[in-house]
Ligand binder design. Structure first.
Ligand code: ATR
Length: 290
C-alpha cells in the first residue's frame, strides 16, 4: 500500500515540500504520496487526529504550527525539546514521535558550502542574527555539528540572552548580544566565522542593522530565506565585499526534508542532486561562492 505523508501549514499553497519529497521518492523508488494540507488556525490538533485515524504515516509541520506540534508530541527528540518546536511527526502504534530537522538541514548545507572552501562547520564560530523560532530550531544542531562558539545577535537583546543561556545549558558556549554590538566582542575567536541570518529581515525586504565588520569577519554569509533573486541579506554581504561567499536557504530546505524522509523511511536520498534540480526547476539563482 502507498505510504501517505503531508505537510501541514497555514498558509501552505507556496510549499515546495511535495516537489522535494517526490524527487526523493523517485530517486529511491519508494511508493509514497506527499500532499499539502491546509489547517485552520485553531484546528491543528484535530487535523493531526484525523491524519492518524486515516492511517497517514507522518507529517511535516510548518508555520504557524511548529510549537503546537511540540505540545502534541509523545516522543520528542532532543532537538524538539530544545526548540520547543517540531517540524516532523511520525505516527506509529505508540503515539506521535517528533523531530526538528531544521537544524540538521542548516548544518548539512553549511558543511556543503564550507567544504567548497576546504573548511567545515566543526570548530567554527557561528554568528546568528535573530533569536526567534527559526534561530532556536538550529541551536542544538550547532552543538552536534561541533560548533566552537555561538554569538546570537538580536534586535530584542533579552531574547538573544535567553537563547544563549539555553545554548550554554546544553554545553554550547554562547553569548547573547544586541544587533549594534561591535564585532570585536569575538575576542577569543581565532576560528573561522560563519554568519547566519535567522531573522525575518529578508522577508520584509530590509537589511540587518549590523556593522560591516561582522560581514568582513565571515568566510560565509548564509540567509535562511530564499527567493528567485539574491535576498536583501545576501546583497548586503556582497555590498560589503563583492567577493564574499553568500548563500540562500534553499539548501537548508532540501536537507531538512532529506532528514525528515530518513526519519520516516530509514532511507537517505541524494539531497544534493535534488537541490540542483530544485534550483533549476524553480529558477532560483545559484548562491555565489568566492
Ligand atoms: P521565525 O519563526 O521566522 O524565527 P519569529 O519567531 O517571529 O519568526 O522571529 C523573528 C526574528 O526576526 C526575531 O529574532 C526578530 O527580532 P525581535 O526578537 O527583536 O522581534 C527578528 N527580526 C524581524 N524583523 C527584523 C528586522 N527587520 N531586523 C532585524 N531583526 C528582525
Amino acid at each position: 500500500m502507498t505510504d501517505r505523508y503531508v505537510v501541514i501549514g497555514n498558509p501552505i499553497a507556496h510549499s515546495k515540500s511535495p516537489m522535494i519529497h517526490a524527487d526523493f521518492a523517485r530517486q529511491l523508488d519508494v511508493d509514497l504520496q506527499y500532499c499539502k494540507l491546509f489547517s485552520p488556525m485553531n484546528g491543528f490538533e484535530q487535523t493531526v487526529k484525523m491524519l492518524q485515524a486515516a492511517g497517514v504515516k507522518g507529517a511535516n509541520v510548518t508555520v504557524p504550527f511548529k510549537q503546537e506540534a511540540w505540545r502534541l508530541a509523545q516522543k520528542p527528540s532532543a532537538a524538539v525539546q530544545f526548540a520547543q518546536a517540531a517540524n516532523t511527526l511520525r505516527f506509529g502504534t505508540d503515539g506521535i514521535e517528533a523531530d526538528n530537522t531544521d537544524g540538521i538541514g542548516l548544518c548539512t548545507d553549511l558543511n556543503r558550502l564550507l567544504q567548497l572552501q576546504g573548511q567545515q562547520l566543526s570548530g567554527a564560530t557561528v554568528v546568528m542574527l535573530g533569536a526567534g523560532g527559526a534561530a532556536s530550531g538550529c541551536v542544538s544542531a550547532f552543538k552536534d555539528a561541533g560548533v566552537a562558539e555561538l554569538f546570537v545577535l538580536n534586535r530584542t537583546v533579552d531574547k538573544a540572552v535567553d537563547l544563549a543561556v539555553k545554548a550554554n545549558g546544553i554545553g554550547l558556549k554562547a553569548h547573547g548580544l544586541s544587533l549594534s554590538s561591535e564585532c570585536s566582542v569575538m575576542t577569543s575567536s581565532t576560528h573561522k566565522v560563519v554568519l547566519v541570518n535567522a531573522s525575518s529581515s529578508s522577508l520584509s525586504g530590509q537589511a540587518v542593522p549590523i556593522s560591516n565588520e561582522w560581514f568582513q569577519s565571515a568566510c560565509l554569509a548564509y540567509d535562511m530565506m530564499y527567493a528567485q533573486q539574491p535576498t536583501p541579506f545576501m546583497k548586503q554581504a556582497l555590498g560589503v565585499n563583492p567577493e564574499a561567499s553568500v548563500a540562500d536557504g534553499l539548501g537548508m530546505l532540501v536537507f531538512q526534508a532529506a532528514a525528515a524522509f530518513e526519519f520516516w523511511t530509514g532511507l537517505k536520498p541524494h539531497a544534493a542532486d535534488t537541490l540542483a534540480r530544485m534550483r533549476n526547476t524553480l529558477q532560483i539563482k545559484q548562491e555565489a561562492s568566492a
